[in-house]
Design a protein. Structure first.
Length: 295
C-alpha cells in the first residue's frame, strides 16, 4: 500500500512538472510570435512596403486591379480626401452623388492623389472607374459610372475624368468645363472643399440636364446600408493572422499527443484533472466598370 502511494505521488509529481514545462514552452512560443509580429509590422512601413511591392503609379497599372488596393465599398464617394478636405465637405459631396445614384443617373466618385503617385493621368481616372466597378450592371442606364481625378500639385490641382459607356450624352466639352471650374474654385484659397463642391454641384447640373431620373422599385446597388468593411488588409493584419495560425499549429503539435491522456493543471488556474471539472452606409459600384473615354 505504501509503495502504491509513493508511486502515485511520484507520478503526479512527474505529470505536474511535465505540465509546467509544456505551459512554459507555450508561453515562450507566444512571446516569440508577438515579438516577430511587432518587428515585421515595424519593418513594413508604407515606404518600405512601396519599395518591396513596387506598386505602379496610378494610370500605369494593368487589369484586374490596375495597382489599386482600395476597398470596393467606401464610406464616401470621395476617396483619398483625408489629407486635403474636411469631413463636412465630402459629406456634402455625398449628398449630391447619393441623389444622382438614387435617380439612376450616374454613380460618381472622386479620387484625390498627390502628383507623385500618378503616372498617366487620363488612364488613372479610367482605371479607377473600372477597378471600383462603377455603373449599373443592367438596364437603360447600364455602365453609368463617372470618376473625377484630382491630382494635387504644389500650388494647384489638375482635374481629369473617366466616364462609362452608358453616358454618351455627357460630352467632352461638358466634362472638361467642369474640370476647369473645379480648378478655378480651388485656386483663390487652395480650398479642396470648394473644389469638391464646385465639381459635384456642376456635374449634378450637367448630368440632370442630359438624363432624367429613372424610377425603380429596387434601389441602385451603389446605395446600400451594409456595414463598411475594414478595408484592405494592411501588412500588420496579414502578419498577425499568419502568426496566429503558426501559434495554433504549434499548440496542436505540442499539446495534441497529450490530449488523450489528460494533463492535470492544478496551480495554473486551468482546472485540475483530478478534480474534474470566448466599413455606416457604404458607397460602391454595382456594374462592370466599363469606361469608354477619359480626359
Amino acid at each position: 500500500m505504501d509503495s502504491w502511494s509513493h508511486f502515485r505521488k511520484g507520478k503526479l509529481s512527474v505529470d505536474r512538472n511535465f505540465s509546467k514545462r509544456v505551459i512554459t514552452l507555450m508561453v515562450m512560443c507566444l512571446t516569440a510570435i508577438v515579438v516577430l509580429t511587432i518587428s515585421l509590422a515595424t519593418h513594413f512601413t508604407p515606404a518600405n512596403a512601396k519599395a518591396v511591392l513596387a506598386v505602379p503609379l496610378c494610370g500605369d497599372g494593368s487589369a484586374p486591379d490596375y495597382g489599386f488596393s482600395y476597398d470596393l465599398q467606401q464610406s464616401h464617394w470621395t476617396v483619398g480626401w483625408q489629407d486635403y478636405a474636411s469631413r463636412q465637405g465630402v459629406t456634402e459631396v455625398d449628398t449630391v452623388f447619393d441623389r444622382l445614384n438614387a435617380d439612376s443617373i450616374a454613380q460618381t466618385m472622386i479620387l484625390i492623389l498627390p502628383q507623385e503617385q500618378v503616372g498617366n493621368r487620363v488612364n488613372c481616372a479610367v482605371h479607377f472607374l473600372r477597378y471600383m466597378k462603377l455603373g449599373l450592371s443592367t438596364g437603360e442606364r447600364k455602365d453609368n459610372g463617372v470618376v473625377f481625378l484630382i491630382v494635387v500639385e504644389p500650388t494647384t490641382i489638375d482635374v481629369h475624368y473617366g466616364v462609362g459607356l452608358g453616358l454618351p450624352d455627357l460630352t467632352a466639352s461638358d466634362l472638361t468645363a467642369l474640370n476647369r471650374a473645379a480648378e478655378d474654385a480651388y485656386q483663390p484659397d487652395h480650398s479642396m472643399d470648394q473644389a469638391l463642391l464646385a465639381l459635384a454641384q456642376g456635374f449634378d447640373t450637367v448630368a440632370r440636364s442630359k438624363y432624367a431620373p429613372l424610377t425603380s422599385l429596387t434601389p441602385p446597388p451603389g446605395r446600400n446600408n451594409q456595414p463598411q468593411s475594414s478595408g484592405p488588409q494592411d501588412t500588420f493584419t496579414i502578419v498577425a493572422q499568419m502568426c496566429f495560425g503558426v501559434l495554433v499549429l504549434l499548440l496542436l503539435i505540442i499539446g495534441g499527443p497529450f490530449l488523450g491522456r489528460g494533463i492535470p493543471f492544478d496551480s495554473y488556474g486551468f482546472g485540475s484533472g483530478s478534480r474534474g471539472g470566448r466599413f455606416g452606409g457604404g458607397r460602391r459600384g454595382g456594374g462592370s466598370g466599363r469606361s469608354g473615354r477619359g480626359n
